[in-house]
Design a protein around this ligand. Structure first.
Ligand SMILES: [Zn+2]
Length: 243
């Protein structure tokens, strides 16, 4: 590639790049969520995490409470049985043995009831906290839904604009030699931005628009001639520009 055709291809490539950079900018906008949405989303997620932790705590407390209740039921049945057996007791000694046994069971039941009381209190506390967090979430979620819907609309509009630009871009690409386009695209992928830059005149020297390096004379000459040339410093294709 050289001469006037090369310069034309680079001019066309530079114009195509303007579309590509505009598409990049829109893509970035798509990916950037509005501040108010981000803030509310973070708030809702924090509350949801809080709720999860509370529900886990509630499940643990319920489990502990159930275990104590079952133990108490079990002991109550044993007490009843001991009382029945006591009525059948044949001797005073046997009576006393049952009495002791019944007393032991009663003590154990009282212990378990004492242990259950703070669990019940904690359960009530957790239930209150759950209700509060759920209420807060119920207040926050509709607004979050609104903001998400607004954002979806915003993104949709951006994507329509991008699709339109891509069509224009594809039409432009048709007029550029495939190897030039391919090289440009490879550079864009590697450099994440411009693939072709202008050569800027500054007094007696030429600089690369992309990295600002002063270009060696033989490079500048090639660029002026319209040869496909890359900046020796940043590797971007150089176009001599309109001047
Ligand atoms: Zn450069």
């Amino acid at each position: 590639m050289g001469g006037v055709n090369g310069a034309e291809a680079l001019r066309a490539l530079y114009a195509l790049q303007e579309k590509d950079l505009e598409i990049d900018r829109l893509q970035k906008e798509v990916e950037t969520l509005p501040e108010d949405l981000l803030a509310l989303k973070a708030q809702v997620e924090a509350r949801e995490a809080e709720l999860m932790a509370l529900l886990e705590r509630q499940a643990e407390l319920r489990k502990a409470y159930t275990r104590h209740s079952l133990d108490i039921e079990d002991l109550a049945a044993k007490e009843k049985q001991a009382e029945a057996e006591q009525r059948q007791a044949q001797s005073a000694r046997e009576q006393t043995q049952y009495e002791n046994r019944i007393q032991q069971i009663k003590d154990r039941i009282r212990e378990l009831l004492e242990l259950s009381t703070p669990i019940m209190e904690a359960m009530e506390e957790v239930e209150k906290e759950i209700a509060q967090v759920e209420e807060t979430l119920a207040q926050l979620r509709p607004r979050l839904g609104e903001l998400l819907a607004e954002n979806a609309k915003r993104v949709e509009a951006l994507k329509e604009e991008m699709a339109r630009l891509k069509e224009v871009r594809e039409a432009m690409a048709g007029g550029i030699p495939a190897p030039v386009l391919k090289e440009y695209e490879a550079i864009r992928r590697a450099r994440k931005g411009a693939g072709v830059v202008r050569m800027l005149r500054q007094g007696q020297v030429f600089r690369c628009e992309g990295c600002n390096v002063v270009l060696p004379t033989h490079v500048a000459q090639k660029v002026v001639q319209g040869q496909l040339t890359r900046c020796p410093s940043c590797g971007r294709l150089l176009w001599k520009g309109e001047a």
